[in-house]
Design a protein around this ligand. Structure first.
Ligand SMILES: *Cc1c(COP(=O)(O)O)cnc(C)c1O
Length: 373
């Protein structure tokens, strides 16, 4: 039996060389030269003025929200189908998350539903690119402009992706990334904020570094965090970024091959290969079980495990999160598309190190479970 992990990173470029450089020079903290280099190069990739490296993607969202200094109680519109980090960043900044359902096929925030959620308290829209297909950013930008809202972009799953041929990570007033090992660029743990505004960038830098002030060390006017990225992490990031084009090509190859392998199978809904604004980059390859399949994703993946196929469930919608319901949020709200894919969806091994042989094995095993379901 073959064993295929849900993700394996590829560290075969200059990662080791640059890490050696850190150890040889003794630069291991956030003061080392790779940090600024990584920030500069990420900003360049996305055509932004500023890059602020942080300790992880969730911290990037936290710092981004705080840097906007939205008034207490401001409403921030966000997708129901995403990771908890998005909602927690909004809440920790003293704001209120307001949800929008996802599209049935795109799995991304349905931008047609945004306007109906705008109230006099709305101050921002958080757009999150999901699973390798971007949110349709043109309507998001138009609505934001019409109502004077800030746009926060979570591009963690869309490093190297574009929307209308413009880089993901260039659409937000402030844009966030994660470099967790399953992301297209990894630093083990890590994150980045990109923006063009000098003041926002300064606020983020301050938030990441305990709000030290240059004039008087250890005297503070605001409470910040230690969200700093180390030189070791940034060294990995610089090496990873050198291979981004190759990584994107590889991910698209994985996506296209899985599409072919699964094309004849009934009962499976596959990711959209493209939309009018983007071609899928397949951050992960998701599958959604059709209504005719008698078991749900939980049971399906439980059967795949013993066959050596690693899987992950889809995100669980925000309006069904116990921790958020406990805070009195989203009571009685329904988001049917998010509810459906959360119950019927999971993703299969999609890491950049995946081989054709492994994909063929995975497809075979999925087909075999499907046959008896
Ligand atoms: C991975 C991810 C995050 C969180 O990043 P961490 O580095 O794990 O904190 C945030 N948003 C999205 C969309 C992600 O995929």
């Amino acid at each position: 039996m073959m064993k295929v992990a849900v993700n394996e990173p590829d560290l075969c470029g200059n990662e080791k060389k640059y890490l050696d450089e850190c150890v040889d020079t003794g630069w291991i903290s956030s003061e080392g030269p790779f940090v600024e280099r990584f920030e500069r190069e990420m900003a360049l990739v996305c055509g932004r003025k500023h890059g602020i490296a942080v300790s992880n993607g969730s911290a990037a969202l936290d710092a981004a929200l705080l840097s906007l200094s939205l008034p207490e109680g401001s409403e921030v519109i966000m997708p129901a189908f995403t990771i908890i980090s998005c909602a927690s960043a909004i809440l920790r900044a003293g704001c209120v998350p307001v949800l929008v359902d996802c599209g049935n096929r795109t799995w991304n925030m349905d931008t047609d539903q945004i306007e109906s959620k705008i109230t006099s308290k709305t101050r921002a829209i958080m757009a999150v690119h999901i699973y390798g297909l971007p949110t349709d950013m043109r309507p998001v930008a138009q609505i934001a402009q019409r109502y004077g809202l800030k746009v926060i972009e979570d591009a963690a799953e869309a490093i190297g992706q574009t929307c209308y041929e413009r880089s993901c990570g260039s659409w937000g007033d402030i844009s966030c990334f994660s470099f967790y090992p399953n992301k297209h660029v990894t630093t083990g743990e890590g994150g980045m904020i990109l923006c063009d505004d000098d003041e926002l960038a300064d606020r983020c830098r301050s938030m990441r570094n305990l709000c030290f002030i240059p004039e008087r060390r250890f005297v503070h006017y605001e409470l910040g965090y230690n969200f700093r990225m180390s030189n070791l992490q940034a060294a990995l990031g610089v090496a990873q970024l050198e291979k981004l084009d190759e990584t994107v090509k590889k991910k698209r190859h994985i996506g296209a091959k899985y599409q072919r392998l699964f094309s004849g199978l009934a009962g499976l809904e596959l990711p959209l290969h493209k939309t009018e604004y983007a071609e899928n980059i397949y951050w992960v390859f998701g599958l959604v079980l059709g209504d005719e399949i008698s078991i749900d994703a939980r049971e399906f993946t439980k059967r795949l495990g013993p066959l050596g196929v690693g899987t992950r469930p889809f995100f669980w919608p925000m309006h069904e999160q116990p921790v958020l319901l406990d805070r009195g949020l989203f009571g009685g709200e329904r988001y049917p598309a998010a509810e459906r894919i959360a119950r019927r969806g999971f993703y299969i091994p999609s890491g950049v190190a995946l081989t054709d042989e492994q994909m063929e094995y995975v497809a075979c095993q999925v087909a075999s479970v499907l046959e008896v379901s």
